[in-house]
Design a protein around this ligand. Structure first.
Ligand code: 13P
Length: 248
């Protein structure tokens, strides 16, 4: 049985005080959740939000991590820095980082291996663009992202994969539940071939892209979908809680 994981990705939104206000509102709303509840927040918010969620069932994640242990990497943040603030999860290779900040499958791989070595749980993002889907190369793109991005991973079950079709992010266009299920099934099959069928059957794979309370139940009913990575709807306590409590 794979435990469902619903994670918010706040992206570049909410100051520390706004983040604290959001989680304070969220805490009672998700207190009875039977899934893992995570908020991945801007680096500047980690300390304050981390203090605010103490004693609750909400876990904290970061939105990126550098692959080096430490050193001359102005503006970057290391795994140790995150760990000292109680961070447990880290998003790696989000399509926005690939699109705007030069992230590649190779840098995704380096960050993933470092995060795993340090004991952070990577949420490794994969997904095709609209152009790639329309030209029929979705599977080829996903296979490449997995082959390179997860090269050298020793224990697949220590990470989470997020399938986020780029065309569904922030656009209001969700993949249909069947489409998402089928593509995540393909990802699981690729993982089974690269790693092993048993570990592929244990790894959690989230769907991300315009997920909201209104479509969460249908998406979550799909066999292959083990959770969600939520952008816009994670910025409102009621909406995020509505997704967390999709089965209530
Ligand atoms: P939206 O939920 O705003 O479409 O964003 C999805 C996403 O990118 C989560 O990482």
């Amino acid at each position: 049985m794979r435990k469902v994981i619903i994670a918010g990705n706040w992206k570049m939104n909410l100051t520390p005080s706004q983040g604290v206000a959001l989680v304070n509102e969220l805490k009672p709303l998700v207190a009875n959740a039977d899934c893992d509840v995570v908020v991945c927040v801007p680096a500047t918010d980690i300390y304050a939000v981390g203090e605010a969620i103490k004693g609750s069932n909400i876990k904290i994640g970061a939105e990126n991590v550098h692959f080096a242990e430490s050193g001359a990497y102005t503006g970057e943040i290391s795994a140790d820095m995150l760990l000292e603030l109680g961070v447990e999860y880290v998003i790696i290779g989000h399509s926005e980082r690939r699109q705007y900040f030069g992230e590649t499958d190779e840098t995704v791989n380096k960050r993933t291996l470092t995060a795993l070595k340090k004991g952070l749980i990577p949420i490794v993002c994969v997904g095709e663009t609209l152009e790639e889907r329309e030209s029929g190369i979705t599977e080829k793109v996903l296979k490449r992202q997995i082959e390179i991005g997860l090269e050298g991973v020793e224990d697949l079950t220590k990470l989470v994969v997020a399938y986020e079709p780029v065309w569904a992010i922030g656009t209001g266009k969700t993949a249909t539940a069947e489409q998402a299920n089928e593509t995540i099934g393909f990802i699981r099959k690729t993982l089974a071939e690269k790693f092993c069928p048993v570990c592929a059957s244990q790894v959690r794979i989230q769907y991300g892209g315009s997920m909201k309370p209104g479509n969460a139940k249908e998406l979550m009913a799909q066999e292959e979908i083990d959770g969600g990575l939520i952008g816009g709807a994670a910025l409102k306590a009621n909406d995020f809680a509505g997704i967390v409590n999709y089965n209530k």
